[in-house]
Design a protein around this ligand. Structure first.
Ligand code: NAG
Ligand code: NAG
Ligand code: NAG
Ligand code: NAG
Length: 578
């Protein structure tokens, strides 16, 4: 059995070496090679991310040479676990030593928005959330700048607010909701620094990597930088900042159009839309053993394709979800091995890029660049038309991801099907109102603690019964901007449910979580590759935004009855509390 395991893993290593792909990064320690392979396969840590976050105590060539000597002295070049441990303690530091805790200098008590929160319990809680920024602040030690070769951390010049838990470093799309929360907390300098970091990364890589580690260097995440700049501009009216940032924002947009787009012909007309796509057919270093186990028994070509699609799933931010499955009957009830993220044109990515294009047009107009503004106006018009032709389904009254393999849409419910409402990207005003009816008929509004990511219980974390802060926020914000009273009331109901969920969990655990269970009355979410994490950047940002927007009417939930529709749910939630 041991021999068999050994042979399998050696074969896999050979496959990995021979594929000739661009590696996930240039490090032979953190991204490819036999140290990574042997340490991860020995499962010395609960989470594969731990090893690739450890700092080197000696130069990479010394560490590589030491390992070479060690494996030459080991039977079949396989270093036994006890020796691996010794090797790690000699050449690596514990994970997380590259940061110093940092209290944001612009943090102060009692930002003004707190006064808007009428419910006293919620106001006290909002203050505690505001306090959490202090515990999530991180500053990168100068050593990382001077000796980047010793770290997997990507150096960025300004301190950041991190999500928390295993997410020790910055993450890209998380930071949008963090920054919106910081701006409410009147922490403009911290928000500014985080945005400057992202601009720096675009200038270095051509795009923003998924997170602050070299093993994320070849994948991005949903592109929210333009909207971060917009939030900052709205809070400060700093036009010079806008002028300086704009070329970099355009560079990021070009990356998405050149490297993440796909032409598709529907009803005889060609359209260009975007997708997540990472051309690195190797296991993710931070989830190495999961990725190896998943491909067992597949041919080399399938392995490579699988790993590319898993990385594309990570790039989508939805890692992982039945949404990325392409199975034989189109119902997305396959398994993780059916993940084909790169073969799907996602509704939310295209809605986001549409909103980015509208925002870039408005920036140019504000700065007096009429011609450039008109260019982005035309990009918006093209995208709205493409979204209507490829993603909109008139009969069902919503937008659906497009599958490039079967040339058809996925009609399962995902809360991303409503993203064009949030982005206000559609040609006719009746479309979002039809989509509200679709949402009401979807079954996704029946849960007391938020709108689930999907209605499919796949065991993956971006599916039922998990509800995620960014998805709640986009849905609520979108509905609240529609003209109808029905949509506005629904937005408030959903805000009330979400705040109640967050607040109940906080009262039980004194913590904010990355995701929640829609049936849990304050139960954190689960599933996926790792344990639920607390902290938590985007959760805090979304809670603060909802408390700001609806502070006058929100209540801590247990005594609140928001509408006739919700009465039974509220009563049952109340009963469970007692
Ligand atoms: C090492 O390889 C040899 C043959 O190549 C095999 O007989 C032996 O069992 C292997 N040892 C281990 C510990 O896997
Ligand atoms: C590895 O072995 C070579 C040859 O014996 C030696 O010169 C080198 O110093 C060793 N490397 C380390 C890091 O111990
Ligand atoms: C984008 O694609 C172009 C052309 O295929 C390639 O040269 C470039 O390196 C890619 N850019 C990035 C940042 O991956
Ligand atoms: C997938 O789900 C659909 C609809 O719920 C069902 O009809 C079908 O039998 C399922 N397929 C499998 C393989 O479970």
């Amino acid at each position: 059995m041991r021999n068999l395991t050994f042979l399998c893993s050696l074969t896999t290593l050979l496959v990995i070496v021979k594929m000739g792909f661009p590696p996930p990064c240039d490090s032979e320690i953190y991204c490819t090679g036999s140290i990574l392979h042997q340490v991860q396969e020995a499962k010395l840590f609960d989470d594969d991310k731990y090893f690739v976050d450890m700092k080197l105590k000696a130069a990479p060539d010394v560490v590589l040479s030491a390992f070479h000597n060690l494996s030459n002295a080991s039977p079949n070049m396989t270093v036994p676990p006890a020796k691996l441990r010794e090797f790690l303690s000699e050449y690596f530091e514990e994970a997380g030593t590259e940061f110093e805790p940092w209290t944001p200098e612009d943090w102060h008590e009692k930002p003004k928005f707190l006064e808007k929160v009428a419910d006293q319990e919620l106001r006290n809680w909002a203050e505690k959330i505001h306090n959490l920024w202090k515990s999530l602040g991180r500053k990168i030690r100068v050593g990382v700048k001077d000796h980047p070769e010793l770290y997997s951390l990507i150096y960025t010049p300004h301190p950041v607010i991190v999500p928390g838990g295993r997410f020790r470093e910055f993450y890209y799309w998380d930071s949008y909701w963090v920054i919106n929360g910081l701006l409410l907390s009147e922490m403009t300098d911290t928000a500014y620094g985080m945005i400057q970091n992202f601009l720096y990364l675009v200038n270095r890589y051509g795009f923003v990597p998924n997170g602050g580690r070299i093993y994320y260097e070849r994948r991005s995440q949903p592109p929210f930088l333009t909207l971060m700049v917009e939030s900052y501009y709205r809070a400060t009216k700093d036009k010079e900042f806008l002028r300086a940032a704009l070329p970099t924002l355009e560079r990021e947009h070009q990356f998405w159009m050149q490297n993440r787009s796909k032409a598709v012909t529907v009803n005889g007309a060609e359209h260009v839309l975007n997708r997540y796509h990472v051309e690195v057919g190797l296991p993710r270093p931070e989830s190495y053993t999961d990725d190896l186990e998943l491909v067992e028994g597949l041919t080399d070509d399938r392995k490579e394709r699988m790993w590319m699609d898993l990385k594309a799933g990570a790039e989508s931010g939805w890692d992982f979800s039945s949404r990325w499955y392409i199975d034989s009957d189109g119902h997305n009830n396959g398994t993780l091995t059916e993940t084909r993220t790169s073969q799907i044109l996602p509704v939310d990515l295209n809605a986001l890029l549409c909103l980015n294009e509208k925002t870039l047009a408005s920036f140019h107009r504000m700065l007096g660049n009429g011609d450039s503004a008109a260019q982005y106006d035309r990009a918006v018009a093209r995208r709205v038309e493409a979204m209507e032709s490829v993603l909109w389904d008139a009969e069902r009254g919503a937008w659906f991801d497009y599958n490039l393999v079967t040339h058809s849409n996925h009609f399962e419910f995902y809360s991303s099907n409503l993203a064009p409402i949030w982005a206000q990207c559609y040609s006719r005003p009746e479309m979002p109102e039809k989509a509200v009816q679709y949402l009401k008929g979807s079954g996704a509004l029946q849960f007391p603690n938020g709108v689930p990511t999907s209605m499919r219980q796949s065991g993956q974390q971006w599916d039922y019964p998990n509800a995620w802060p960014p998805l709640q926020h986009m849905l609520i914000e979108g509905l609240s901007k529609l003209p109808s009273k029905e949509a506005k009331d629904l937005a408030f109901d959903l805000a009330q449910r979400w705040i109640k969920t967050n607040w109940l969990a906080y009262s039980k655990y004194e913590a904010m979580f990355e995701k929640y269970d829609v049936n849990g009355d304050g139960k954190p979410g689960g599933g996926g590759e790792y344990e639920v994490q607390l902290g938590f950047g985007w959760t805090n940002g979304v809670a603060l935004q909802l408390l700001d927007q609806y502070g006058a009417t929100l209540t801590s939930g247990s005594r609140h009855v928001s509408s006739g529709l919700l009465l039974p749910l509220v009563i049952s939630a109340h009963r469970m509390l007692q």
